[in-house]
Write a protein that binds this ligand. Sequence first.
Ligand SMILES: Cc1cc2nc3c(=O)[nH]c(=O)nc-3n(C[C@H](O)[C@H](O)[C@H](O)COP(=O)(O)O)c2cc1C
Length: 323
Amino acid sequence: MNTPVRPLKVGSFTAPNNLWLAPMAGVTDGPFRALCLRGGAGVACAEMVSAHALHYANPRSLRMLRVDQREKPVSMQIFGSDEQTIAEAAQAAEARGADIVDINAGCPVKKINKAGAGCVLMKDPVHLGRLVAAAVKAVNVPVTLKTRIALKRGVLLGDEIARIAQEEGASAVVMHARAAEDVHSGPPDLQALAAVCARVKIPVIGNGGICNAQTAQVFFDAGCAGVMIGRAAVGNPFIFRDIAAQLEGRVPAPMDSRRRVEIYLALIEENIARYGEKIGVGRSKKTAGYWLRDFPNAAEVRGRFVRLETLADIKDLFAGLTF
Ligand SMILES: Cc1cc2nc3c(=O)[nH]c(=O)nc-3n(C[C@H](O)[C@H](O)[C@H](O)COP(=O)(O)O)c2cc1C
């Protein structure tokens, strides 16, 4: 069977496969990354961390770089706007075990953009290239750039940015195939993505709306060496294994809502072990909509769940569910 699923070499690092977990702030913390790696992700990307905050040794930002062995391979993403802090942040990530350091040049969140970071970096590809060069010079691990095909729909910038990133030493680009103005909705622009893939020799990892083997295959057909899956992995961390199985002509293991709730409970327990009961439960609630779904009274259960504060109460609620 001719399958696009294969190990992916990114500079000096070879990932076991090319189906990766996308970085998601507030979601892809250590416990969730460990779960996705068990679910077949080749690399799990951590939440973006502010280079500026790392410069000032912000304890929360430093904690976000903490990884244990079960959370590797990990790509640690940094965001910032100047060469010095990006270089320092890349070093901090490398020192804490990053297999890859990724620079965020795609985030459309206002607060990040106001500080000159995220997608606004696309407005000045030469400056963005300097940031890439500064990180590449600062660390031994591969540096990647996560960006987008465009700021505004139809005004394509991704191929030129990818070319500059390659020239400045990036080992791969992660290309979200949506314009920044579309944030995370709408169909991916696969033609624009194909143009990026044709422009550079380094691997292009495509992203945007991948939720099954068919949608992954279209990205490979556009020329991507790998794909990154974001929201479809929340509530279904075994999606990587399932997509690989389907692309290899095997039958994926079914995921039903009972199994989803079991996995969610295990994740909540991991969150509590990592962050303590109060914060662990609080963090778990943010993604409840992805996990508690597809059973008859799911909305009502979610309403009860978000008011609970202890693991014992959550276990009681889940034990009484009917699917
Ligand atoms: C809640 C949330 C948080 C995100 N945080 C980040 C982030 O920290 N860094 C980043 O590069 N992209 C971030 N993204 C964008 C994703 O990495 C990804 O590009 C986007 O969700 C599209 O992929 P998908 O359609 O598979 O979800 C975030 C997306 C979501 C939904």
